[in-house]
Design a protein around this ligand. Structure first.
Ligand SMILES: C[S@@+](CC[C@H](N)C(=O)[O-])C[C@H]1O[C@@H](n2cnc3c(N)ncnc32)[C@H](O)[C@@H]1O
Length: 324
């Protein structure tokens, strides 16, 4: 239960979480406690504008068929132009693509490409999943379509929560949740997940070992961590002194050897590097739905194997590790 004292108007969006986690190894009580605490301080200058965008979404179009593979949510809207305008009120859309009530949201990231690298390596059937740094919840739909039982995403960026609410507006109740929490908000007593994902988050954390330790705690013994992160070739990790690919908050880009050592130290075993892929301009690019700078503006135009700061261009590894 969420405390009634919060001013957050969309409390009903987490209805169902408690029952979706019932009869699993995950106790939802500590999760609701953390959520209640986070909602007390949840605010953003753009929140009223985003709320208006949500209120402008057409009603009566919900479709939840249990397997939105695209993801494709909601029946086609009678006025797609008005819907597009309302959804544009939640710009920038980074993770997708999504199709909401017939409107195609061509997001900055072709997250379906990341999903194609992930999906064949992981058994999602009937699994409870915690997705830390889940963005707008895109991957949750993919996991449900692959058979997951319930996906609990957490992400502290309020705009991504609003984008998830827009998706939920068209899906109706579905076991794919986004909660406005950071990894550091995860209660020590929260555990029992079959899968914990950390996709594109590790290099944003000042203390990667602390992040990995928190992920480990949330897994049941034998559960699997799905870690996707920037890495560098060779043995030397990169500690960008300033920005990395124009990002201010990249603290460490580890070598694969260092990443494995960190995983061991955090209590993981059977560590498998499933994929290593360079990020391409096909996968990350500026679109109508994300009109700010993207990968193209972050690479050296003379030498695209380097970022504009002279660091190696983005290389991403997918690593699976078992909680020992
Ligand atoms: C690069 S995006 C990755 C999003 C998505 N997981 C993906 O792979 O496409 C990093 C995400 O981590 C979130 N984030 C940043 N700090 C975090 C923290 N301390 N705990 C959880 N999420 C965090 C950001 O809001 C953002 O959505």
């Amino acid at each position: 239960m969420i405390s009634e004292t919060t001013a957050w108007p969309n409390l009903a969006c987490w209805d169902g979480l408690e029952s979706d986690l019932a009869n699993t190894a995950v106790d939802s009580a500590p999760l609701f406690q953390a959520l209640s605490e986070a909602l007390v301080t949840l605010q953003h200058g753009d929140l009223p504008r985003w709320q208006r965008a949500l209120e402008a979404l057409p009603h009566g179009l919900q479709i939840w068929d249990g397997a939105p593979a695209a993801p494709c949510l909601g029946a086609p809207a009678p006025d797609p132009t008005a819907l597009r305008e309302a959804l544009m009120g939640l710009h920038p859309w980074r993770k997708g693509p999504l199709r909401l009530a017939g409107v195609h949201i061509d997001t900055e990231w072709r997250s379906d490409m990341k999903w194609s690298r992930l999906e064949p390596h992981i058994d999602w059937a009937q699994q409870t999943v915690l997705d830390v740094g889940c963005g707008n919840g895109y991957f949750g739909w993919r996991m449900l379509a692959a058979g997951a039982r319930c996906v609990v995403g957490i992400d502290p960026t309020t705009l991504f929560l609003m984008q998830w609410l827009a998706q939920r507006h068209f899906s109706g109740p579905a076991p794919n949740y986004v909660l406005p929490l950071r990894d550091t908000d995860l209660p020590a007593t929260l555990t029992g997940f079959d899968r914990v994902c950390s996709l594109g988050v590790l290099y944003h954390r000042r203390d990667p070992l602390d992040h990995l330790g928190r992920l480990r705690r949330c897994l049941r013994e034998g559960g699997v961590l799905v870690l996707e992160t920037l890495v560098v070739e060779g043995d030397e990790s990169l500690h960008p002194p300033g920005r990395y690919a124009r990002m201010r908050n990249v603290h460490e880009v580890p070598s694969l050897a260092r990443l494995k050592a960190q995983l061991h130290a955090a209590g993981f075993q059977t560590i498998q590097v499933a994929d290593v892929t360079w990020t391409t301009r096909e996968e990350q690019r500026r679109t109508d739905w994300m009109q700010f700078e993207s990968l193209d503006q972050c690479l050296d135009p003379e030498n695209p194997t380097q970022t504009v700061e002279g660091h190696p261009a983005p290389l991403r590894a997918l690593v699976l590790a078992q909680a020992s």
